[in-house]
Design a protein around this ligand. Structure first.
Ligand code: PGA
Ligand code: MG
Length: 223
C-alpha cells in the first residue's frame, strides 16, 4: 500500500497523441466521403472522451448525428490500428515516472480515453510498467469531470495524499470535485488561458515535476 500517489491524465499530459487522433479522424471522414478537418480543430476536441470527440466532428463536418454510434466504432477501429504511429511521450516523462517510483509514490492514469486503447498506447510507448492502475473513460459509469475515476484510482493504490496532473479544463474540474491539488501541464491541449483554469501549480517540463509534487504531498500528509 502506498500512502502517496500521483495520478496523471493521458492525452496532452503524458503523451502528445493529437497527431494520431487527427489521422484517425481523417481516415474516418475519408470513408464518409469527407475532407479532413484541420489539426488544430481536432486537437481542441480532445479531452472529453471519444464519443464527445466524434460528436464534435459530426457537428463540424455536417454529418448525420443519427450515425454517431457507427462513427464512434469506425473512429475507434481507425485509431486503435494506428495509435502510436505518431504519438510520443512528452520529453522527460519516463525519467520523471522512474523518479516518482523511486521516491515511493503510487502511480496511476485517469483518462477519458477508452481503457483498452489507453493500455495499448501505454504498452507500446513503454510506459505501462509504471502504472498499476489505469482508469479509462469507459471503466466506470461516469467519466471525468466526474471525480469517481480519481477516487477509484486512489482507493486501488491505497493512497491518501494524492495530486492530479493534467492538461485541461476537464482535469482541473475533476481534481476540484475530488478535493485534490491540481498540477497543470501547460504544453497540452487546454482551450483557455492558464489563469482561467484553477490549479495549484503549473509546469511546462517534466524534469522539474518530482520536485514540485513533493511539498504538495507533504502538506497533505500533515493534514
Ligand atoms: O478525450 C479523450 O479521449 C482522452 O483525453 P484525456 O486523456 O486527456 O482524458
Ligand atoms: Mg488531456
Amino acid at each position: 500500500m502506498s500512502s502517496a500517489a500521483v495520478l496523471f491524465d493521458l492525452d496532452g499530459t503524458l503523451i502528445d497523441s493529437a497527431p494520431d487522433l487527427h489521422a484517425a479522424a481523417a481516415r474516418m471522414l475519408e470513408a464518409e466521403g469527407q475532407a479532413p478537418l484541420p489539426f488544430e480543430i481536432i486537437r481542441s476536441f480532445i479531452g472529453n472522451g471519444v464519443p464527445k470527440l466524434v460528436e464534435r466532428i459530426i457537428g463540424v463536418a455536417g454529418l448525420d448525428m443519427a450515425e454517431h454510434p457507427r462513427l464512434v466504432s469506425a473512429f475507434m477501429a481507425e485509431y486503435d490500428a494506428h495509435s502510436t504511429d505518431l504519438t510520443r511521450p512528452y520529453p522527460g516523462v519516463a525519467d520523471a515516472l522512474a523518479r516518482f517510483r523511486t521516491m515511493g509514490y503510487g502511480l496511476g492514469v485517469v483518462t477519458n480515453k477508452p481503457e483498452a486503447s489507453a493500455r495499448n498506447v501505454l504498452a507500446a510507448l513503454r510506459l505501462a510498467e509504471f502504472f498499476p492502475v489505469v482508469i479509462g473513460g469507459d471503466s466506470l459509469p461516469e467519466r471525468k469531470p466526474d471525480p469517481s475515476g480519481v477516487l477509484t484510482a486512489m482507493e486501488q493504490l491505497g493512497a491518501s495524499a494524492t495530486v492530479y496532473v493534467g492538461d485541461s479544463e476537464v482535469d482541473s474540474e475533476t481534481a476540484g470535485r475530488a478535493d485534490l491539488p491540481f498540477l497543470l501541464f501547460t504544453e497540452g491541449y487546454r482551450k483557455s488561458p492558464v489563469f482561467q483554469i484553477p490549479h495549484q501549480l503549473v509546469f511546462d517540463r517534466f524534469d522539474g515535476l518530482p520536485a514540485l509534487v513533493e511539498p504538495l504531498v507533504s502538506t497533505q500528509r500533515l493534514v
